[in-house]
Design a protein around this ligand. Structure first.
Ligand code: LLP
Length: 497
């Protein structure tokens, strides 16, 4: 609750700005934060060999620009680091047909967390046997889809789900099919150091079977006795955007302990262990994520040591990175529409700026809810040109009807930024497009993949006609085209430019 006593100014504004001191070069592209192909040519930002001005002209703004080599390169980093393990791309971070195909081609597995993510992956031709289905409330329809498609694993999350799954599994076996392979999702009781809404393995939340109460063991024992289900392993996921590997290591330690308890109770030795995702990325220069190689080495070491201790064979490992594959390689391009200097007060602590420039862009919380929802921090730069202007304290906000519609809370931009300039926000590849909404009837932006000088629209911009089509009254009413402030693309979806 961020309420404060009524007054003309917000509670925290007399504090020194969280933007810190202005950086020496306001246009610098820290390779730690920006996509691998990001570069400035004559001051202008280029990605995948394409200028952002051209991309904005061809596809409109707001626009997600995805560096194909970055995304696939990070996937390859994980598969190399976890050699001998299965790397599942957590598709909730960002999924479309093209990404599903790239991940399939590159040998990854896929984590789907709804029937529709599963349907999309299957429709894109993703091999069913490399898909795992998650979810704390899978419906019978979703489970049937998974069972009929013959997916690799269903990650069972509750006793109700076991009851729902059994008749479907029995029907499959009766029809001559194989038992349904499942994992048990164990809640290992680790408090991950991340935002409360994205921590998932402490006791008081909705996912998984508690290890502490014995539910995880009870569920595992029950499933080993069901002839139509095949318990192939255990699963644990402790949260998201985590930098400290201690939590992953503690979780691995506990879940291997559960493998030991299960062997003691039933004699069964399970061959698989999925340790989930959650590996953090750098949104800001000061963020310090662990490399896939380091995470892999540490997890493999903990699992090997724990198995040796319990005299268990080392299971085949799996991990489920989403953000760490899709996040860093994508930027969002916005056009600035309005700049409003807001006086913060007559005086303040020494060094406290008295003016904050509200830089309004043509998207906002409908294409990036993360700042509003998780207090996430992003950085952005003036993208269409360089500038030598002095720094000005800015807040980049969207065009929604909410004062919490903030994209970048505090940062320094060149003082000469102006309406019509392009801003690029870094590291928006994960959980931005996938969490996009139509709030205020803004339309979902397109996603353009760039590589070696070519740009391909892999998801087209939503149109007002798409939205009208859902409306009982408006379905047949022609929508104005293009929708105000969101131009129609010059290129059809899938076309290369
Ligand atoms: N595996 C499971 C079972 C998960 O629940 C998740 C994420 C992942 C893997 C992938 O986590 P990642 O590697 O991407 O951190 N919307 C939030 C993040 C929610 C994550 C939900 N589960 C955000 O924008 O930060």
């Amino acid at each position: 609750m961020r309420a404060h006593p009524a007054g003309p100014l917000h509670g925290n504004i007399s504090q020194p700005t969280a933007a810190g001191a202005p950086p020496a070069d306001l246009g610098a592209l820290d390779p730690h934060v920006w996509p691998r192909s990001a570069e400035r040519i004559d001051g202008e930002l280029h990605l995948g060999g394409r200028s952002v001005t051209e991309l904005a002209r061809a596809h409109g703004t707001p626009l997600f620009v995805l560096d194909e080599d970055d995304l696939r390169g990070r996937a390859a980093d994980f598969t190399a680091a976890f050699d001998g393990a299965d790397v599942h791309y957590a598709s909730k971070a960002f999924l479309c047909g093209q990404v599903a195909r790239w991940m399939a081609e590159d040998g990854l597995h896929l984590d789907a967390c709804s029937g529709n993510e599963l349907s999309l992956a299957l429709a894109a031709g993703f091999p069913a046997e490399r898909i795992a289905l998650h979810g704390n409330n899978k419906s019978v329809v979703e489970l049937k889809l998974a069972v009929d498609a013959g997916i690799g694993h269903i990650v069972v999350d509750s006793f109700d789900e076991i009851d729902r799954l059994l008749p479907l599994a029995e029907a499959r076996v009766t029809a001559g099919g194989s038992p349904v392979p499942v994992l048990i999702r164990a809640t290992v009781g680790i408090e991950a150091h991340t935002h409360e809404f994205i921590a998932t393995a402490h006791e008081d939340q909705k996912f998984g079977f508690s290890l502490a109460t014995g539910d995880a063991l009870t569920a595992a024992v029950r499933i080993t006795r069901e002839p139509h289900l095949e318990l192939t392993g255990l699963h644990s996921h402790i949260g998201s955007q985590i930098f400290d590997t201690a939590g992953f290591e503690a979780a691995a330690h506990r879940v291997v302990g559960l493998l030991g308890q299960l062997r003691q109770a039933t004699g069964e030795v399970l061959p698989e262990l999925n340790l989930g995702g959650g590996f953090g990325i750098a949104y800001l220069s000061e963020d310090d994520p662990v490399s896939p190689a380091d995470v892999a080495a540490r997890l493999q070491k903990v699992v090997a040591a724990e198995c040796a201790e319990l005299d268990l064979p080392v299971p085949r490992l799996a991990v489920e990175p989403g953000r760490a594959i899709a996040g860093p390689g994508t930027i969002t391009l916005y056009e600035i529409g309005t700049i409003k200097p807001v006086r913060l007060g007559a005086s303040g602590a020494p060094g406290t700026p008295l003016v904050r420039n509200y830089v309004s862009v043509d998207g906002g919380m409908s294409d990036n809810i993360r700042t509003a929802l998780y207090d996430a921090n992003y950085t952005c730069v003036l993208a269409n040109r360089g500038s030598d202007a002095p720094p000005a304290l800015c807040r980049v906000v969207g065009k929604h009807c909410e004062s919490g519609d903030i994209l970048v809370r505090d940062l320094w931009l060149p003082a000469d930024v102006a309406p019509g300039d392009l801003l690029a926000v870094a590291a928006t590849g994960a959980y931005c497009w996938s969490m996009a909404s139509n709030y205020n009837y803004l339309l979902k932006p397109p996603v353009v993949a760039v590589k070696d000088g070519a740009a391909t629209e892999i998801v087209r911009r939503q149109t007002l006609s798409d939205v009208f089509a859902l409306d009982a009254v408006l379905a047949d009413v022609p929508a104005p085209s293009p929708a105000p402030s969101q131009p129609a693309p010059e290129h059809p979806v899938g076309a290369r430019s």
